[in-house]
Design a protein around this ligand. Structure first.
Ligand SMILES: [Zn+2]
Length: 422
């Protein structure tokens, strides 16, 4: 059961904290002109969300095929300065003066729940959702922390996003979910992560040009819903506490009669790849003892396309390949235990495969079919694992697979006899 974000009447509020209108201009840190604020959180005295109405900024309303929209879930806090929205420089129309938003105050477990929820909500679309700062590349940013007052908003505002008068995209927008304010309002309940996630989803989608929907099951709504709010493939009326056309009352602009959030997001940020890639480390096997240098071979597949496979050794990125074969030569590993992770990516998902190995100088290299290696028996080495093999005669001919199979046969079937010989 979820509580209401807010209820009441829609207001087009004048600019809040308009000190910048009177004070001497503090250099470049001046908020550009805004149209106003929409939402009744403040007027109604209840927790809720706001939209900051701004003029269009020429956002491309059509998704460019092949580009994945990056959404940065910022849990680390940020210092914003007033300016045209730009996540790369921490400029925001929302703040009227330089404002520090603190880091997410909750637990790692809560954060993990929030990330899982946001990824689930946006899974149908072509987005990459990360909580690692993408740096100086185009991205949308969802600030996740603090209280409304720290951004110059009145108490009770749980989230705010800029929104254009023509319902268009705001490239590199910064949107806000005040997680501490939300915690203040709702307490640290089991449903808090979902609540925070749904607020964030609404604010993010505002920056893609989506209006509020008069549809309780959609995250764009102000209405109560007894369940998880997810983007609905429904031609819904817009509105907060009563239906209206889409676009902002008082601005004279009607964006559309109805809004379908799935259709609109698909048009603007593209269709997602819901199926994650599969990846397996095919050599060495888990638990293998290997020499200081060897090759890690992986098999990666995806329903659409693998974009890259990364290899990590003990948590550090060692190599990246963007085309098959995804085989990674490693050299110079220290003796002892190491963790090897192969991480495969498609356009929006990732999967991992992990093996643990023990490096021992002089150990035979791993190879397909010959792992664990056959022990040295003093015979010629036919399978390339550094040890002699009991198989002699014409059997050395053939490909690596054949030799590997022969070696395996030797290992399985003839080891007892070999031991007797010794
Ligand atoms: Zn909203």
């Amino acid at each position: 059961m979820r509580t209401s974000w807010l209820a009441g009447t829609l207001l087009l509020l004048p600019a809040i904290a308009g000190a910048e209108d009177q004070a001497a201009a503090p250099g470049p840190e001046v908020r550009p002109p805004i149209v106003g604020w929409m939402g009744d959180a403040v007027a109604a005295g209840r927790p809720g969300t706001l939209m900051q109405v701004i003029p269009p900024v020429g956002g491309n309303a059509v998704h460019a095929v092949g580009t994945t929209t990056v959404i940065y879930m910022n849990k680390g806090g940020a210092t914003l300065t007033p300016g045209n929205n730009d996540s790369r420089t921490n400029r925001s129309t929302v703040v009227a003066q330089t404002s520090a938003i603190p880091a997410f105050e909750g637990t790692a477990g809560e954060w993990s729940q929030i990330m899982t929820c946001v990824r689930e909500i946006f899974a149908p679309f072509d987005v990459s959702i990360t909580d690692v700062d993408p740096g100086n590349v185009a991205h949308f940013e969802s600030l996740m922390g603090g209280r409304a007052q720290q951004a110059g908003m009145p108490q009770g505002v749980l989230g705010v996003s800029p929104f254009t008068t023509d319902c268009s995209v705001i490239p590199n927008a910064i949107v806000y979910t005040f997680t501490q304010s939300t915690r203040d309002a709702y307490g640290s309940s089991a449903a808090l992560a979902e609540e925070i996630c749904e607020i964030a989803a609404q604010e993010i989608a505002h920056s893609f040009g989506l209006d509020h929907e008069y549809l309780a099951s959609d995250p764009m709504t102000y209405l109560n819903f007894n369940g998880l709010k997810r983007f609905q493939n429904v031609d819904a009326q817009c509105g907060e506490n009563a239906p209206r056309t889409c676009g902002l009352p008082g601005t004279g602009v009607v964006c559309s009669q109805r809004q379908n959030s799935v259709t609109m997001l698909t048009a603007r940020i593209g269709v997602g790849d819901a199926i994650a890639p599969t990846v397996a480390i095919t050599s060495p096997q888990n638990g293998a003892t290997v020499p200081t240098g060897f090759t890690v071979t992986t098999a990666a597949t995806d329903n659409l396309a693998i974009t890259k496979v990364e290899l990590y050794v003990d948590g550090a990125l060692a190599s990246t390949l963007t085309a098959a074969p995804f085989s990674f030569p490693l050299t110079g590993l220290a003796s002892g235990g190491h963790s090897i992770v192969a991480r495969a990516y498609d356009s929006k998902n990732q999967s991992e495969s992990t093996v643990a190995v023990t490096v021992q100088a002089g150990a035979p290299p791993p190879g397909p079919g010959s792992n664990p290696p056959d022990p040295d028996d003093g015979n010629p080495d036919t399978d390339g694992d550094g040890n002699g093999d009991i198989i002699t005669g014409g059997c050395q001919a053939g490909g690596a697979g054949g030799l590997g199979s022969l070696a395996l046969l030797a290992l399985v079937g003839l080891r007892p006899r070999r031991r007797q010989v010794r």
